[in-house]
Design a protein around this ligand. Structure first.
Ligand code: HEM
Length: 434
């Protein structure tokens, strides 16, 4: 399917049609079709990268300085995302390490490290480090164990491959082009010829895609599994459940999530899970007021402090202010809010997680790829336990009742990663200083 054949937007202008096509290509991984239709190299027009990639920030996750903010001053994530699960096809020896380092630097030379170019992180699973005799130096990276969530969720896949490459850009065509260049499917990237590819070192064993931003979920809601007729997702909502998220006061800073000591200082840990959403239940079983109570708190619903999609909240979702009332709310209203529950896991009053979650339509199901960065994975586990909120059962508020959004989300995949600092991002040993 080429842009002019785009039957999903029959009256689209060529430009809109091209954008719709590229979005679909990101979701399906149709890179070859994209290259054929858009003329390959000419389709990417990103600002150029840097002559010396070593001048770039040591923290792979240092994205915020490059990102724009919304009208209230909240960080605006890049719009288009590809998450590639990678498995090694050879030993991670010095030659392989050099190949990975060269391939990543080639992307940074070709394309600006910004949302109008490309941002990326490469993280490694516990399974990757297991092949070494040495233990990970000064970082705890436990085996991913979704049991923390719900024993009943039996069909959860744990990410057991070696690495996760997260590519993000405001331009869907750039994300695709970078993926193609990294895996040897494209000879030139933004006018330059990459000198190495990841192809001989890794194979892609899993590919997930996502998007976030006002208008994007609304534009993609039609025809998805679990989405009711009538296009219920508000036009301005950046997320499928119809509200803004990622308010500044509810997010950890990049400093707060950065590992401070040891050879991986400058890195971070990453949790990545995929949830399917039951938007039919979410939009049809409940009123807007009820959704606000479940996502934020019953207090937010009573005061009407959220607005249609979170537009009244500015930079503060007001989650911490109602955290202590969670039990009272459960008893009195039979509902405890998601944000209110999770804010109980803050540390010294400060959020410990930097969330970078995005919507997905992978498999034609509305979902969420939940990405969070934190200095220690234990902080994530605390927050996730707080979200499960098993203690609210004693008020009769179980996962199928008014326990936040649990009734409408279904966990499908779960993984943990170490995102090393830049200097160790290419096939690190667990003890790089040794
Ligand atoms: C469909 C799934 C989810 C939706 C729609 C959602 C939505 C939200 C919203 C609207 C907020 C309000 C504040 C803000 O974002 O700035 C929030 C806060 C938060 N959520 Fe979620 N969330 C989801 C899944 C998760 C998961 C899986 C976790 C994992 C622990 C999580 C952890 C948090 C945390 C830590 C906060 C900040 C609370 C604070 O202010 O300290 N969320 N979420």
């Amino acid at each position: 399917m080429c842009p002019t054949d785009d039957r999903t937007e029959p009256s689209a202008t060529p430009d809109r049609s091209r954008r719709a096509f590229v979005r679909a290509a990101v979701a399906t991984g149709g890179s070859a079709a994209l290259a054929a239709c858009l003329g390959g190299e000419q389709s990417v027009d990103a600002p150029p990268g840097v002559a010396d990639p070593d001048s770039l920030p040591e923290r792979q996750h240092a994205w915020n300085d490059t990102l724009r903010t919304d009208e209230d001053g909240n960080v605006r994530p890049p719009a288009h995302h590809v998450f590639l699960g990678l498995s090694l096809t050879r030993d991670p020896d010095a030659t392989a390490r050099e190949t990975v380092a060269t391939a990543l630097r080639a992307v940074e030379r070709a394309t600006a490290r910004r949302p109008d170019g490309v941002l990326f992180t490469l993280g490694y699973t516990p399974a990757y480090f297991d092949r070494y005799d040495a233990a990970l130096d000064a970082v705890a990276l436990p085996e991913p164990d979704p049991i923390v969530v719900l024993a009943a969720e039996s069909d959860v896949t744990v990410d057991a491959n070696d690495a996760l490459l997260h590519l993000a850009s405001d331009d869907a065509a750039t994300v695709l082009a970078v993926e193609e260049a990294l895996f040897g499917d494209r000879e030139r990237l933004n006018g330059r010829s990459p000198s190495a590819s990841l192809d001989g070192v890794f194979e892609r064993t899993d590919r997930r895609t996502g998007f976030v931003g006002p208008g994007l979920p609304a534009a993609r809601q039609e025809g998805l599994d679990g989405v009711p007729a009538g296009e219920p997702v508000p036009e301005a909502a950046p997320f499928f459940m119809g509200f803004r998220s990622g308010f500044r006061e509810s997010q950890a800073t990049e400093d707060r999530v950065t590992i401070r000591e040891g050879p991986f200082a400058g890195g971070t840990t990453q949790h990545f899970e995929t949830l399917e959403l039951d938007l039919e239940g979410w939009f049809e079983e409940s009123t807007h007021e009820n959704r606000v109570a479940r996502l934020f708190s019953p207090d937010h619903a009573e005061r009407e402090s959220v607005g249609e999609y979170g537009d009244r909240l500015g930079t503060d979702a007001g989650a911490a202010a109602v955290a202590d009332e969670a039990h009272d709310h459960a008893r009195e209203h039979g509902i405890v809010g998601h944000a209110q529950k999770v804010a109980r896991a803050r540390e010294d009053g400060e959020p410990a997680l930097l969330r970078r979650d995005v919507n997905t339509t992978d498999g034609d199901v509305a979902g969420l790829h939940f990405v969070s960065l934190q200095r220690e994975l234990a902080a994530f586990t605390r927050a996730r336990r707080a979200m499960v909120g098993a203690e609210f059962r004693r008020h009769g508020v179980g996962p199928r009742q008014g326990n936040g959004i649990l009734r409408y989300v279904r966990l499908r995949r779960w993984g943990s990663y170490l995102v090393p600092p830049r200097r160790h991002r290419a096939l690190p040993r667990p003890d790089p200083g040794a």
